[in-house]
Design a protein around this ligand. Sequence first.
Ligand code: PLP
Length: 402
Amino acid sequence: MTEPTPAVRDRALSLPAAALPAYLYDLAALREHAREVRAALPGSVELYYAAKANPDREILAALAPYVDGYEVSSGGELTHVHEAVPGHPLAFGGPGKTPAEIVTALELGVRRFHVESVHELRMLAALTARTVPDARVAVLPRFNLPVPDGSLENSSLTMGGRPTPFGLDPAQADETVRLLTGAAYPQLDLVGVHAHLASGLEAAQQLAVARSVVGWATGLADRHGLRLSEVNVGGGMTVDYAGPRRRFDWAAYGEGLGELAGAHPDLTLRIEPGRALTAYCGWYATEVLDVKHSHGEEFAVVRGGTHHLRTPATKGHDQPCSVLPVDDWPHPWPRPAARQGLITLTGQLCTPKDVLARRVPAAGLRAGDRVAFSLAGAYAWNISHHDFLMHPRPGFHYLDGP
Ligand SMILES: Cc1ncc(COP(=O)(O)O)c(C=O)c1O
């Protein structure tokens, strides 16, 4: 169980039932969290927000004072972020960029690319020459690097250190450097290396990965007699859905990054977290429609479900939540109520997979009570299969002060 902030609680209880479910974002809480994250990082370390975690305009704007830029991973994201927070630096990443997306990025002024393959590099060079013949474009090839033993263990999503479609194989590093430093692509500047290897890592694992990526990048530069100015060590700071009050240890991570930056004063280190910045500011608030007893267990069916909040289904966890009791019961018949201590919270979809949280300690939960699911500010609505079963969409509320 995790409690909503007062602003979220008030709104979750004051909305009419027909206005539920609703996503409620506490922007003041988001700002405070982002301020703390920024303060824990050394001043020289750049913080980009991975917009894929939650690209809502209000969220992007609330983060703007605390981040150095945004990482975007599609033409859609880059156009949207460019409009939502104009003037902020963008880094364009993502596998499988189309020529049209690259052209759009160049036309919108994006000048930093995380390049994922040699083919993409050649494509970027050709499109840059055609689209912005006088511009220079900073390139950080993304490498799928080997990592120190055990540092990706327990990661929730592994994108590197093993066979994946992400980034370049380290065996292609020398060819990539030669292409970028030869005469063929005069508009492309090899400024550094990008590596996002996994999500769901603790601070110690993140630091092991960061040291390893920086060590590999400086080794590459030394081998080729180059000077690299940037290393992006990615995002992936853990969010603990089973222990929602615990947060990633930004202080320890910041201290370790400070030491790493101190050992490489010519390098700008950059990180690009998504989930660990925005997960905590969002709640999915809903109403219990019915409570059922089935073969010895109890289920509460809520308005909405995993077609709005797919996070627990994709990650296989129980979404943390709080019950907000509602005493009013308008019907003349008995109010369905839980008789046991542990209740499974499900949605309205016709599939047994529509489970938001299993065996939640919510003794006495009744139809008409409200439930606020927390940690719903990242990879929640935007990764969900909204149209399945044609239920109405939730409301969206960005709470910002009284
Ligand atoms: C390239 C890249 N950078 C950053 C992120 C953000 O990861 P997280 O939200 O786990 O911090 C992702 C997530 O998939 C990614 O693919």
